[in-house]
Design a protein around this ligand. Structure first.
Ligand SMILES: C=C(O[C@@H]1C=C(C(=O)O)C=C[C@H]1O)C(=O)O
Ligand SMILES: NC(=O)CC[C@H](N)C(=O)O
Length: 734
């Protein structure tokens, strides 16, 4: 007799913690299959005949209200299942709220909302709380429910004192197999109330099913056609086939060259402003490698804007359009990189050659199925994907001092040898030109203060109504400067004023992008066994005399508001990563304090990998595809938060809030969050005056219910200032 593995159905209300819940269920119910559907994917009539394949249903959390049809989807109908279709159900947050209000309960708004807050849970010690002592758990809710009928038995509460009084934290139906918790068992800071609750639920669910003699039907192809594969999907798909003959990487090493990366860029022709140029620059800790491309006139550039039906590929003056038939831009790029796979570069170097460039915020917005601004299709002056294929590169390891000269071109020995010689002579006579300084003043057009503050208040209305738990609100500052300083000189000033681990100078027509970003979004090591790492930042304070590490720690880690902001993004990033790699996700650092040139930042580190033995080589790219825009730049839950931000913000974020970085031909990659940066697009229609350049600097911050609007405005200015230094203005003139 074969033992049937438990099969769960998880109903997702478009939340950003769903995959964390799936991962927790997997730990609580070993060997279970979990299938995830959206709450509006099927009608209840379509779902009911499929329930016989499942042992239980988990109803996830979500934005919005349990009494709003659009927010709750089929969940409201689930509680009305007939006796013959009945099965055990466990609801989380919105799930519990729906359970209670569909049984005559009352729904209300909390006086003081709880987003990313840890509370003590008082419970009966019975039922799903059997064998549990004191509990602390994380809450993400603006709404609360109160049972008003005898059908719902209460099992747990939180005492919010003068704020909200006693708030229901768990309940069950007295006669039907329905349970629910208001807090989040899947949050990284929820202790025993997470795993144990799910285990107890599973015990009770099995008991109920046994008493009923409930039989589970095996999962058949017709169910598969409707519900699909279990999570995670990546493993169940076929690995892509790779080009049989991987190309070779020629490498030569110079030990401790005397020349700086800036001098190397100048030797490579960065001052020829007509040609493209690439520098990914680790200008401060914890950055380690700086990467410079030595581009050929024929190095392919990939350009794509959301909505385009083809990808534009330029090689020098040759421009071709490759139609995207039956595939999206992500698979197109994946295929491009399959053909470029290389195996034999130096293992110590993370980049051997490959794609380098930028992906816009709007690319991510589009991949969430959130509509873009209607007018952008006609007037989009920039690209959502702007990447160049780098065949020849120089990589400086700042830790060992080694400089690697690399080429992907066949038999490119002559270039390698010439380049080595040029570098040796450069080392001998290293002359780094000092940046020119600005002679003419910049005209800085800040966002309107009262308008920005009004937007913060509107954002807080959305937080109080239960639509979002955190919103990263941002705005653009326009800077017009006379063309007296080259973009390269401006980058050198930025690098000097605000050295950052993820600095960059990317001149990729039509966009020039200068970065002094402190935030890595995602890096992934080479396959096999790619390790994906994300390093979200939330929590920023100004560096000032008297603010040393200890006081920064106290101000950030000691502040429930700051920790809550960070925690929400950690939980969101765990979800993004679990969504692709499955079970193996860990928080390696929670709320670490890191020092940067002008600010202290609170940084968490989350890592994940596919199960060992997995043959997938493109996991990093899949994670990137499924995790944009970066959660730290949106807030949670991501989709609803992005919808709200699209309506609140005045313009496309463009490069700002997107990512920039590389995908190496060896399979690894590293992408940073495009913040503390500025960009300009060539031939802007706005550029009426040919002697003036128009730059854009984006800045913003996470708004929570605890935010003080004035303080958030100041925080936005603080982030802005780190870039304004490159325009001769360390303090914005208002
Ligand atoms: C929005 C910005 O930064 C983001 C918001 C942060 C915060 O709220 O503390 C910190 C880093 C970034 O994720 C920005 O720099 O413009
Ligand atoms: N996390 C949740 O499911 C939140 C439920 C609901 N949107 C609230 O804010 O109360």
């Amino acid at each position: 007799m074969t033992i049937q593995r438990p099969r769960l159905l998880l109903i997702d209300s478009y939340d950003s913690f769903t995959f964390n819940l799936a991962a927790l269920c997997r730990r609580a119910i070993p060997d279970c299959y979990i299938h995830i559907i959206y709450n509006d994917q099927l009608s209840i009539d379509e779902l009911i005949p499929l329930l016989k394949h499942f042992s239980a249903i988990i109803i996830g959390p979500g934005p919005g209200r349990p009494d709003c049809a659009e927010d709750i989807g089929i969940v409201k109908d689930i509680w009305k299942l007939s006796e013959q279709d009945l099965l055990p159900i466990f609801g989380v947050c919105l799930g519990l709220q729906s359970l209670v209000i569909e049984h005559d309960g009352r729904l209300g708004r909390l006086e003081i909302v709880k987003h990313g807050q840890v509370s003590e849970i008082i419970h009966t010690g019975k039922d799903i709380f059997t064998n549990l002592n004191e509990l602390t758990a994380v809450r993400y809710h603006s709404l609360y429910v109160e049972p008003c009928s005898k059908e719902i038995e209460t099992l747990a509460w939180a005492d919010d004192g003068a704020e909200n009084g006693i708030v229901l934290m768990a309940g069950k139906h007295r006669t039907r197999p329905f349970w629910g918790v208001q807090y989040h068992p899947e949050s990284v800071l929820t202790d025993d109330g997470g795993l144990h609750i799910l285990r107890n639920f599973w015990e009770l669910a099995q008991e109920w099913s046994k008493e009923r003699g409930r039989q589970i039907s095996s999962y058949n192809t017709s169910a598969m056609e409707i519900i699909g594969h279990p999570w995670p999907h990546l493993e169940s798909r076929q690995p892509p086939s790779y080009a049989p003959s991987a190309s070779s990487v020629l490498t030569s090493v110079i030990e401790k060259p005397g020349a700086s990366i800036i001098a190397i860029c100048e030797m490579l022709g960065v001052n020829d402003h007509q040609s493209p140029f690439i520098l990914l620059d680790s200008a401060a800790n914890p950055g380690r490698f700086s990467i410079v491309a030595s581009l050929l006139p024929t190095s392919p550039q990939i350009l794509y804007s959301v909505g385009d039906s083809s990808v534009t590929l330029t090689r020098g003056k040759t421009v071709t359009c490759d139609p995207l038939i039956g595939q999206d831009i992500w698979s197109w790029i994946s295929r491009f990189m399959q053909d470029a796979e290389a195996k034999d570069g130096c293992p110590d170097v993370p980049f051997w050659g490959g794609l380098v460039g930028m992906l816009s915020y709007e690319l991510g917005v589009h991949s969430l199925n959130v509509p873009l601004r209607p007018d952008r299709m006609n007037s989009n002056p920039y690209q959502d994907v702007n990447l160049v294929y780098v065949e020849r590169s120089l990589v400086l390891d700042h830790t060992t001092g080694r400089l690697y000269i690399q080429s992907l071109l066949a038999d490119d020995y002559e270039w390698i040898s010439n380049m080595s010689q040029r570098l040796y002579s450069l080392c001998a006579s290293s002359t780094m030109t000092a940046p020119h300084t600005e002679c003419a003043p910049a005209c800085i057009n800040l966002p309107d203060r009262s308008r920005y503050i009004a937007k913060i208040q509107t954002a807080q209305d959305f937080l109080r109504s239960g639509d979002s738990y955190e919103l990263c609100l941002t705005a653009h500052t326009q800077v017009s400067v006379p063309r007296s300083l080259s973009t390269w000189d401006r980058y050198k000033v930025l690098r000097q004023k605000n050295p950052a681990p993820y600095s960059a100078y990317l001149r990729l027509h039509p966009t020039t992008f200068l970065s002094s970003s402190p935030e890595r979004f995602l890096s992934y090591t080479r396959p096999p066994n790619s390790l994906c790492q994300l390093r979200p930042i939330k929590g920023t304070i100004r560096k000032a005399p008297g603010i040393d590490r200890a006081s920064a720690e106290e101000a950030l880690r000691g502040s429930p508001k700051e920790v809550a902001e960070n925690l929400m993004i950690v939980d969101l990033i765990r979800h993004d990563l679990h969504g692709v790699v499955g079970q193996d996700v860990d928080v390696k650092q929670f709320c670490g304090i890191e020092e940067y040139e002008t600010v202290w930042q609170m940084v968490s580190v989350i890592e994940g990998c596919l199960p060992s033995g997995s043959r997938r080589k493109d996991v990093g790219w899949e994670v990137l595809k499924h995790s944009l825009p970066p959660g730290s730049m949106t807030g949670a839950p991501k989709k609803r938060s992005v919808e709200i931000l699209q309506s609140l913000e005045d313009e496309d974020r463009s490069c700002y809030s997107g990512v920039f970085g590389y995908w190496c031909v060896g399979g690894g990659g590293d992408w940073s969050v495009a913040i503390r940066s500025c960009f300009k697009h060539d031939s802007e229609p706005r550029e009426e005056d040919p002697d003036v350049e128009n730059w854009v600097i984006g800045a913003g911050g996470a708004i929570t219910a605890l935010s003080l609007p004035e303080a958030e405005w100041d925080e936005m200015l603080l982030k802005l200032q780190s870039v304004l230094g490159a325009f001769g203005a360390s303090k914005p003139r208002v």
